[in-house]
Design a protein around this ligand. Structure first.
Ligand code: ATP
Ligand code: MG
Length: 426
């Protein structure tokens, strides 16, 4: 089944609202093996709306439309669908009763205008109403093909409920038993292009696979987010197990190709790998962070049971806090500047000592907007202190990023350094 998604609303075109509906629907459709070929956004304009619907219906088997079902003059989806299908609008008695009842239950007078929400293109099936917005589905004939238009409300919560109740099952039945499965191989400390280069041969081989009926993929996509490159492996087959069996070997091959850069699979981030490594070593961890302002500790405590290996974290923002809380010598800060490997190392040792942990991590950096002590925005110094070892520190610079992004990025980079050091240590 090929689907297209049409988001209706001038506010979306103006950038006043973000089209989250299409993203949500696309993710649900991918789960049930419906291929989404296009997302289109169109404003509250009758001619353009009809034109967009006609184009999408000309290409797809199912068109999912959100928005424009309200009672006001700029809610045009009903009329546009009727025009496309060449039918009139007819008041649905059941829906009329529902809309009236909705207002009665609220104890409010119903504006007469709301009754237009009970007007549906002739031949449409009512999708169970949520709130006042009644959705509907209509089969239209396009050049001898039957195309189903599913029209859902714009309000995300109403749309989601209606989609789950009345649309998903319909599409699954039409898509046959196809199931799409995706798995994520997560890497850190490696750029997107380096990851793509390492996987280039594999991608080439997958591209040359001979198509098999009822299957597609596996295919590979690269997704770069703050400090992480994720490789998504997707396959479609007639059952979940069969799709997983297609994806599994590719995930394993990527693990081999990317080696120590792999921080986790699927929902498991670097923090989960760190948790496993610490537990294996029977070590506890403490952190002292400046630039990341608590992000590092916050990422670590996402792992259930973190209290068995995470002692705690210090947010040491000023020089006084670095000295008072983590015991960094004032001379170290003066001599080397607050953003230096020496201060990061002293924070790592200090966190370890003050919190009585086996492993310490120190993070300092320049989040901007201005450079600090001659170090440019984006400089990060990260130190890891393992048991019985002097701290080892590294500096890196991530230019062209905003303050908040750098704060999160600093935590990701620190997790990456820690994970790698723990993995190397025996
Ligand atoms: P209502 O019956 O509430 O008027 P509607 O079907 O007419 O619903 P719209 O008027 O188009 O929908 O939008 C209602 C609300 O939903 C608005 O706040 C709008 O910003 C939001 N919305 C509409 N479309 C989307 C979308 N594609 N993604 C996210 N939000 C959306
Ligand atoms: Mg509306």
């Amino acid at each position: 089944v090929r689907a297209e998604i049409v988001a209706v609303g001038s506010e979306l075109l103006l950038g006043e609202a973000v089209d989250t509906n299409s993203a949500w629907i696309a993710a649900r459709l991918a789960e049930v093996g419906v291929d989404v070929y296009r997302h289109v956004t169109v404003g509250d304009n009758p001619d353009r709306l009809v034109a967009v619907l006609a184009e999408s219906a000309g290409r797809a088997d199912a068109v999912i439309v959100t928005g424009g079902l309200g009672p006001t003059q700029d809610d045009l989806t009903r009329e546009a669908v009727a025009r496309l299908a060449g039918v009139g609008l007819r008041r649905d008695p059941g829906l009329e009763e529902y809309v009236r009842g909705y207002f009665t239950r609220l104890g409010r007078r119903m504006p007469a205008r709301n009754l237009v929400q009970a007007d549906l293109p002739e031949g449409a099936r009512v999708l169970e109403a949520v709130g006042t917005a009644a959705g509907f589905a209509l089969d239209v004939d396009v050049d001898g093909r039957s195309v189903t238009l599913y029209c859902l409300p714009g309000v995300p919560r109403e749309m989601e409920i209606m989609f789950a109740r009345s649309v998903a099952g319909d599409l699954v039945a039409r898509a046959g038993l196809a199931v799409t499965v995706s798995r994520l191989v997560r890497t850190s400390g490696m750029s997107e292009s380096a990851v793509a280069e390492a996987a280039a041969d594999l991608v080439g081989r997958l591209d040359r696979l001979v198509p098999v009926e009822g299957r597609s993929g596996p295919t590979i996509a690269f997704l770069a987010t703050k400090g992480e490159t994720r490789v998504r492996v997707t396959a479609k087959a007639t059952s979940r197990d069969e799709a997983l069996a297609l994806v599994g070997p590719v995930v394993e091959e990527l693990r081999g190709l990317l080696g120590t850069a792999v921080s986790g699979i699927d929902d498991e981030g670097a923090e989960h790998a760190i948790a496993r490594l610490l537990v294996r070593h029977c070590w506890t961890l403490a952190v002292a962070e400046s630039v990341s302002g608590g992000h590092l500790a916050s990422r670590l405590v996402r792992v259930p049971g973190a209290s068995s290996w995470f002692s705690g974290g210090l947010v040491t923002y000023t020089a006084e806090a670095k000295t008072g809380l983590a015991g960094v010598a004032p001379e170290t800060i003066e001599r080397h500047s607050p953003v230096s490997e020496e201060v990061a190392a002293a924070l790592a040792s200090g966190a370890r000592e003050r919190l009585g942990a086996d492993v310490g991590v120190g993070v300092v950096g320049v989040a901007g907007p201005a450079s600090q002590g001659g170090r440019p925005v984006g400089t990060l110094c990260i130190a890891v202190a393992l048991p019985g070892e002097a701290p080892s520190a590294r500096t890196l610079t991530l230019p062209g990023r905003g303050r908040e992004e750098l704060q999160e990025w600093a935590a990701t980079v620190a997790l990456d350094q820690l994970r790698r050091r723990l993995a190397e240590s025996r």
